[in-house]
Design a protein around this ligand. Sequence first.
Ligand code: ATP
Ligand code: MG
Length: 392
Amino acid sequence: MNEIFLLKIGEIILKGGNRKSFEGRLRSNVARRMRPFGEFKVSVLQSTVYVEPENELCDLEGAWDACHTVFGAVSLCRCRPCEKDLDSIYAAVVNYLGDDLSMARSFKVESKRSDKRFPYNSIQISQQIGGRLAEQYPEVPVDVHNPDYTVYVEVRDFAAYVHGPAEPGAGGLPTGSGGRGAVLLSGGIDSPVAGYMLAKRGVELECIHFFSYPYTSLRAKDKVLELARLMTRYCGRMTVNIVGFTEIQEAIRDNCPEEYFTILMRRFMMRIAERIAKDHGCGCLITGENLGQVASQTMEAMAVTHAVVDLPVFHPLIGMDKEEIVTIARKIGTMDTSILPYEDCCTVFTPKHPKTKPKKAAVEQVESRLDVEGLIERALANTELVKVRYHG
Ligand code: ATP
Ligand code: MG
């Protein structure tokens, strides 16, 4: 094979006894992610995932791109495999990296020998290959301290590999290794980022969206489905639970004081999300809440909102500035869709003067005017499930 990918495993190697299962999960996640790009052999050896195209029909560029979004790999190298002897290694370097090397201002060779039977140690390999390259490219000086370009040689069990500088991987832990969580996905900037951050820690996601047709349009629903689809690039396949929320919002509007609209609505969201989460084996709820961003995201409001559920509520954006959130939203590719101007159900019945420091007892008293259980059951019965898969 002319070219293969090596994905270096990150924190997983710290996981002691669980290491095998983490590696297995990462291997199958990578294999699944490669499927749209042709037939690849994916194996794990020595804390490294090997991704080898099986034939000429493989879309290497697409596959390489996809490797950047697989959680659990810290760095990625595109390499040329070769026989384990110095002549073959040297020829592979010249053929595969010669163009980059000839344009560099200086270079060095860095070697690693995990096959200890190989007759040269890593320093000797670097000296031998570096010496020959210095003769071949006399205009590119060797600089071992601060090289412009580094040639890497790895002598492993079955072959030697040469490559240029590695690229950063997605980091984190393999999807699925951290259990399942339900993310409350609105159409905004924050919640897709919150989902991404938990997915990065190995959590498999179930999405929940509250939809208030006709107060919010079908285009708003499509926008959320598109956001979920975009998230699958990192988070893997997901199901979006679209919960009909109209009756609940109307009941709140018709029976409760305006200043309580948002907090009551959010308590319903939490209760419904918890039931869906438990039905799908999820151990937490995930929201895009961010301290102080809006009236419903004060400490007091969040306490009253989260009080209605037992599951832990994770809100990984809590201490971030908007700019930091936007940077991640751009990186994961959800930003442009998030800022499309369709309304969210939160904005439809927004009170002019929401309570920023609601008291739990007062909220409960207002809420007692509503048939909470009946409203929840009807909303759950009025839930549509949409499966979303990898985005091309
Ligand atoms: P976002 O940018 O994610 O919409 P936001 O800053 O607009 O967040 P809120 O509207 O107060 O904040 O919502 C806080 C969190 O509640 C959201 O991040 C999301 O997790 C959840 N949420 C809000 N509206 C919905 C909805 N219609 N469906 C599902 N979850 C929602
Ligand atoms: Mg919102």
